[in-house]
Write a protein that binds this ligand. Structure first.
Ligand code: ZN
Length: 240
């Protein structure tokens, strides 16, 4: 961590290196803020489950309708069977051929009744399955919503922390920039238009921006507090 206290003995490379540290921090925090904003508006997992429930409800409506229709058809068939059986066993019809026909018709219709009954049972069980499914997904949605709300709260808190950090970094930058020689500052800004980092540390005689070995006189000048640029990458050299 770099000291934030600025004093008169500070040289230009040191100041620019400190400025760069602040700028990198600003950039990192801005990126984090962007990511938080994206996450705050992302309710995709909830929307997915909600749409799943909606489609299950539509399916329930369709199957329920088919169940009702099957009930009507069954009722109709049962009514018909009753009418034929009344005729068949009522004693009014005496003609044997007619009785045989009625018996045949009654048996055929009864077959249809059993078929419809099976169909209806199938549909009722289908409706129950869908209802159970909807209950399960609704329960899942409840849990997800709770998690999501908790996450939103965490994100909102994090957002406010990052915003406070950014405000403080902006202030640090402004104060430091005021104390830097305008020429040095403008050189820094100019290099920064093409490079993410305008200042390179020198370690064991090498520029850490491009890793070239520097002439001793060059980095010694930088160490003395002079504004020296790397011949190879153009960055301002800073020696600790
Ligand atoms: Zn270099």
């Amino acid at each position: 961590m770099l000291p934030t206290k600025i004093n008169d003995t500070m040289n230009s490379p040191w100041q620019l290196y400190t400025l760069q540290h602040i700028d990198l921090e600003l950039q990192r925090n801005r990126q984090e803020l962007d990511e938080i904003e994206i996450q705050l508006t992302n309710d995709e997992p909830l929307a997915k489950v909600k749409s799943n429930i909606a489609s299950k409800k539509a399916e329930l409506g369709d199957t329920g309708k088919r169940q009702k229709e099957a009930e009507w058809v069954l009722e109709d068939l049962q009514q018909k069977v009753k009418q034929i059986n009344d005729k068949l066993y009522g004693g009014k019809v005496k003609n044997p051929k007619e009785l045989v026909n009625l018996d045949h018709e009654s048996k055929e219709l009864s077959k249809n009744v059993r078929k419809k009954e099976d169909e209806l049972l199938e549909l009722m069980s289908e409706v129950e399955d869908i209802q159970a499914n909807i209950r399960n997904i609704s329960q899942e949605l409840k849990g997800l919503t709770k998690e999501w709300q908790h996450r939103q709260q965490t994100l909102i808190q994090r957002k406010s922390d990052v915003e406070a950090k950014l405000a403080s970094l902006h202030q640090d930058r402004e104060e430091l920039a005021k104390q830097i020689n305008p020429e040095a500052l403008s050189l820094y800004e100019q290099i920064r238009t093409t490079k993410e980092q305008a200042v390179a540390k020198v370690e064991r005689g090498r520029c850490q921006g491009c890793h070239i070995t520097l002439p001793t006189t060059q980095w010694q000048k930088a160490k003395a507090g002079n504004l020296v640029q790397c011949d190879s990458c153009n960055r301002v050299l800073y020696v600790e």
